[in-house]
Write a protein that binds this ligand. Structure first.
Ligand code: DAH
Length: 360
């Protein structure tokens, strides 16, 4: 056997014996590396006479090819073996819980508005809307708040300096959701049962007041409606909203230009471990303004107050959210701080209803 044939056998045996990519690489460097045995033979071709080269050339190149092919084949075999080994030992556990994808949360104001809409829908109320940019008539006059009335000053209204309504009066940002009462009564035949949640604006700012906040209005117009209907409706709503049967209401005589008689509604609380909890009657918190819709308001909307009566109520959505979910600074509601939202926000569709309870 020639020296070259011996060398080839030797190298192929080493390739065969290599059982890891590293040992195979060492064999490759020994043979085909710069100082390798096959490389040395290839270099020696340069020093040969043309006749000698004609004989040795094909032999040495044949050696190189055999070694190169042998290494490539072995490399592929080793990689396949490693892959098979991984496939048989590393298994995907499909029973592991999937990592939760980052998800947004529902803002407490949206949550409470959804809760209110659900609760009142169960009592047959539809949701009504009105514009946030209002005119004087809908926001004040039709609600029996005359020009000179001190109630107008109480509202700290934002007026548009240049935008006038048809009556020549300045347009304004609605100061309450009560104008939706007027818009509903002038566009829809009674009987009416609506709630109107939405943004309202007043020039006011501290820990419990922001220039923009949210109210919800309620309006029922029908025949033979009395204060008893109002009380039942508010009691049913507040029990469902606070998710407690021991909610106690206290109706106090009050004054609003658009209701007669007017009542302010307090809800009783108990003190549990130093904290106020809705339910019981250790103390009272004011939660709503309400009353029987004033005849003048019904008249202003073109209805006959001797035929149609009703009740109305209005309250702050943000305040309801603070009371139910224990937040104490209203300004944080509108800072858009994601940490606050992650903490106080809600999962989608987690809303209590009269019929279904929490999360129905
Ligand atoms: N609009 C009143 C306010 O902003 C709240 C209110 C009180 C609404 C009595 C009503 C009501 O519908 O009957 O302070």
């Amino acid at each position: 056997m020639s020296d070259i044939a011996k060398l080839q056998n030797q190298i192929l045996a080493a390739i065969d014996a290599a059982d890891t990519p590293d040992t195979l690489e060492a064999v490759r460097i020994d043979a085909l590396g710069k100082q390798g045995s096959v490389s040395a033979l290839l270099k020696s071709l340069g020093q040969m006479s043309p006749e000698e080269r004609q004989v040795q050339g094909p032999v040495i190149n044949g050696l190189r090819e055999a070694v190169t092919n042998g290494i490539a084949a072995k490399k592929a075999a080793l990689e396949t073996a490693i892959l098979n080994q991984r496939l048989s030992t590393e298994r995907l556990d499909l029973t592991l819980p999937a990592p939760e994808a980052p998800r947004g949360t529902v803002h407490p104001v949206s949550q409470v508005m959804d809760e209110l809409a659900e609760i009142f829908a169960d009592m047959g109320f539809a949701v009504a809307e009105g514009p946030e940019i209002e005119d004087n008539w809908h926001n004040f006059s039709a609600l029996n708040i005359p020009e000179t009335h001190p109630a107008r000053a109480m509202h700290d209204t934002f007026y548009f300096p240049d935008q006038m309504a048809l009556d020549g009066k300045k347009m304004l940002l609605r100061t309450h959701t009560s104008p939706v009462q007027i818009r509903t009564m002038t566009s829809q035949e009674p009987p009416i049962r609506i709630i109107a949640p939405g943004r309202v604006y007043r020039s006011d700012s501290d820990a419990t007041h922001t220039p923009m906040f949210h109210q919800i209005e309620g309006l029922v117009i029908d025949k033979d409606i009395h204060l008893g209907h109002l009380k039942w409706t508010l009691e049913t709503f507040l029990k469902a909203f606070f998710e407690r049967d021991d909610v106690v209401l206290r109706l106090r005589p009050s004054y609003f230009p658009f209701t007669e008689p007017s009542v302010e509604v307090d809800v009783g609380y108990s003190v549990v471990k130093g904290k106020r909890v809705i339910g019981g009657s250790e103390g009272w918190m004011e939660v709503l303004g309400s009353g029987m819709v004033h005849r003048k308001v019904i008249e202003a909307c073109g209805l006959d107050p001797d035929v149609w009566q009703g009740f109305a109520f209005g309250t702050g959505v943000d305040r309801l959210a603070m009371l139910k979910y224990g937040m104490d600074d209203l300004r944080a509601f509108f800072d858009g701080d994601n940490r606050w939202l992650q903490h106080y926000g809600f999962k989608a569709l987690d809303v209590p209803t009269l019929s279904g309870g929490v999360g129905a």
